[in-house]
Design a protein around this ligand. Structure first.
Ligand SMILES: [Fe+2]
Length: 262
C-alpha cells in the first residue's frame, strides 16, 4: 500500500522546516510527531533534511537510548554473532536477507530512522500497525497473550554476556496494550493454551502482512518515526552489495498514549 500523501507532513512543504529549526519550530514539529504517533503510530517526514535536524528531533522526542548505523556489513554481523550467547545466528540489522515483522526492545517507545543512502532497487521499510488488537481479540484472549513470554535480551554489565529478561508479548499500560514481539525471541515451548493463542496471533499477523502492510521508501535526508510498542517493522531482502544506510535512534518516552478519537 502506498501511503504517500497520507500523513501529517506529506506534501506540505511548510510543515517541516528545511534546515535545523529554531526552538519554537522544533517544539511545533515535536508536538506534531507526538500527536501523529499517538493517533496513527508512525510518521514519515518527507523532504531532504540534514542529519543534525534528525538528531535534534530525536533528542527532543524523549530520552535517547541508542543511535546506530543500519547497513549491510558481513564483518559487523560476524563480530556481533561472536558476542551473542542467545541464538547467535538470529537476525541482525547488518544482514542483507529480509527481516520479518518485529518490534525492537520493549523499553524503546519510539524508533527513528534517517536515510543517509537508499538501496538502489528498493530497501523500503515495511510497517504493520497492530493497534487494532482490541477489535480482534477478546479481553480474555488478550490476557492470555499477556502471559506469553518473549525473551528480551540485555547484556550483563559485569560479564558482558546476554541475559534473558522474560517480557510479556502484551502489556497493559494506561489505555493501550503495548506489543513486544520478534519471531526469533520466542521460547521453544509454551503452555498449551498460550501456544494456541500465540499461533492465532501469528496467523493474524500473517493475514495483516498480506492485506495491510505499509511500505515507506525513505529518500536520502528523510526520516521515519514509529511507535515501537504498536507498529512492527520489517524489510525485504536487499543485495549483498547494497549501499543502503539508515541511522536508527531508539527513544524512551514512557508510555505513548493512544488518541482514541483519531
Ligand atoms: Fe528492528
Amino acid at each position: 500500500m502506498n501511503t504517500s500523501g497520507d500523513h501529517a507532513f506529506a506534501g506540505d512543504s511548510t510543515a517541516a522546516p528545511e534546515v535545523v529549526p529554531n526552538e519554537e519550530a522544533l517544539s511545533c514539529t515535536i508536538e506534531q510527531i507526538h500527536q501523529t504517533l499517538a493517533s496513527r503510530g508512525w510518521v514519515h517526514l518527507q523532504g531532504a533534511k540534514p542529519t543534525d535536524w534528525f538528531d535534534a528531533i530525536s533528542a527532543r522526542l524523549g530520552e535517547g537510548m541508542f543511535r546506530a548505523d543500519v547497513i549491510v556489513d558481513p564483518g559487523k554481523k560476524f563480530s556481533q554473532e561472536q558476542k551473542r550467547s542467545f541464538r547467535p545466528q538470529r537476525p541482525s540489522s547488518y544482514q542483507h536477507d529480509g527481516l520479518q515483522f518485529h518490534t525492537d526492545a520493549r523499553e524503546w517507545n519510539i524508533l527513528g530512522f534517517y536515510c543517509v543512502e537508499q538501496d538502489r532497487v528498493n530497501g523500503s521499510s515495511r510497517l504493520l500497525d497492530v493497534g487494532d488488537l482490541e477489535q480482534v481479540f477478546s479481553l480474555q484472549e488478550l490476557e492470555c497473550l499477556a502471559k506469553v513470554e518473549v525473551c528480551h535480551l540485555r547484556r550483563d554489565p559485569q560479564t558482558g554476556s546476554e541475559k534473558i529478561y522474560p517480557t510479556p508479548l502484551l502489556t497493559r499500560a494506561a489505555n493501550v496494550w503495548l506489543v513486544f514481539y520478534a519471531p526469533w525471541l520466542m521460547r521453544d515451548t509454551y503452555e498449551p493454551e498460550q501456544h494456541v493463542m500465540l499461533e492465532r496471533f501469528r496467523s493474524w499477523l500473517q493475514h495483516k502482512e498480506e492485506t495491510c502492510a505499509i511500505e515507506v521508501r525513505l529518500k536520502p535526508g528523510e526520516a521515519l518515526f514509529l511507535n515501537n510498542n504498536r507498529v512492527m517493522h520489517a524489510r525485504k531482502p536487499i543485495e549483498p552489495s547494497s549501499r543502503r544506510h539508515l541511522i536508527r535512534t531508539s527513544i524512551n518516552t514512557g508510555v505513548l498514549g493512544r488518541d482514541v478519537s483519531a
